[in-house]
Design a protein around this ligand. Sequence first.
Ligand code: NAD
Length: 483
Amino acid sequence: MRQLPALVDLIDGQTSAPTVALEDWLEDPNTGERLQRQMATDDAQIERALAAAWRVHQAGAWARLPPDERAGYLAALSAELDKRRERIAQLESSLTGAVIRTTRMLSVITTGAWLLAIEQMKTNGATSFMDGPNGHTVEIHRLPWGPALALVPWNAPAPMAAHKLANALAAGCPAILKASEWAPHGCDVFIEAAQAAGLPGGVLQVVHGGPQVGAKLVSDRRIRAVSYTGGTEGGRSIARACAEDFKPAQLELGGNNPMVVLEDADLDEAAQGVVNLLVSLNGQWCRALGRLIAHQDIAQELLTRALDRLSCIRLGDSLSEQSDMGPLIHSRHKAKVERQIAGLVARGGALHTSTPLPDLPGHFLAPTLVTGVPAGEATEEIFGPVATLHTFRSDEEALALANGTPYGLEAYVFTRDEPRGLALGRRIHAGGVKVNGSSMLSLNLFAPRPAWGWSGFAEEGTVETFRFFCGTRVVGVEGGAAR
Ligand code: NAD
């Protein structure tokens, strides 16, 4: 059994232990053993955190620091996190089931986000100027909204928390992170790093708990902006709560992402795309494959080649460097994915798997392709390594299938004819469309990461997330206006 460190809150510069025991247990996804009770920060401590963030904001103690000084703190935080990168990767792999090679790769974001945010502070945070009337100058100020809340899911919590916190702090917002209740430990390492970097009390705070704690924070008037990544249901209730108080909400939600394979595609490349999009983060990834939409002439061959490749995937312990893929996070999540698979079978689905299961008692699920389900009955997100296969005869039919869900996060098109792939991609209802690509990387580090429909709004990105945490004020002299 792997030992987990005790959970820690950081409130107004002081560490303490969250005291409310929740019903659920954290499990070792590789063995299924219970590791630790989920814990939540109590109401009094949440109130202290909100009061501290508000005090820091009202006093301008963080926002009015000279930009170089703020940048110095953020650079120090990045350096302190860098010293702890391996520990964060190990903790995230231990709890989420994501394989260590992936969590190590993603830890580049955990440290790099702060450096990118410093650059945004210097460029997009600076006051800019325009010509005004009567020879005057108009000033455009980018100002922090006030205390910001970061809510992260469990699939890659530390990199996502770093992206949100770095930009909130760079914009001048004191920030509170509510760690994911299912994988909180990697984010707790931020506490040590913040303290080692000498961050003043109340600037960055970390609390724990589930949706109830999150909702309490969201609805508090002192929270002035909410950046949330998580499921669509949570996003909807956060949008409602933010609407009550007209506070900006950045919502990065779920997806049921289509991959369209045209008849002229390189089938080995497309099959590898299927594998990548089912295996990366164990399919527990918002941009993972949901629906494989293949031309009817090549669908069977594509399925055969994808299964051939999946048979070579090493499904195993998430902490082993030999594993290509790990287990699902939790027995409860595995049960939910299995119920969704059973639902597809009930709707006429036939299951296709080829990845050998390891001889381990954990929450392992072989990547699964499902044929025979009517497209209109395969629209839900399954947050796991499962995709349905649908066929088409014309590009128009492919487009209708690709656009056949209320989501709009990511889409993929495979073809040897790039102009044709791009033409199709430009008509898909999604925030991002990759032609002949299936990696976890963005097409460009500075490209926005938007979402349509049920996949969210207020796009994130290197520039966009920084700007999300800023309000704008325009100041200038008019002089000589008509009386
Ligand atoms: P989740 O919705 O259960 O929780 C996300 C976080 O929000 C957690 O910290 C949770 O405690 C909190 N939360 C949930 N409901 C809340 C509410 N009503 N008020 C306040 N806080 C609330 O999501 P999860 O199960 O941790 O993650 C899986 C989901 O996240 C999937 O749907 C996946 O697609 C989505 N996701 C989206 C992206 C993206 O960039 N679009 C990235 C990763 C994951």
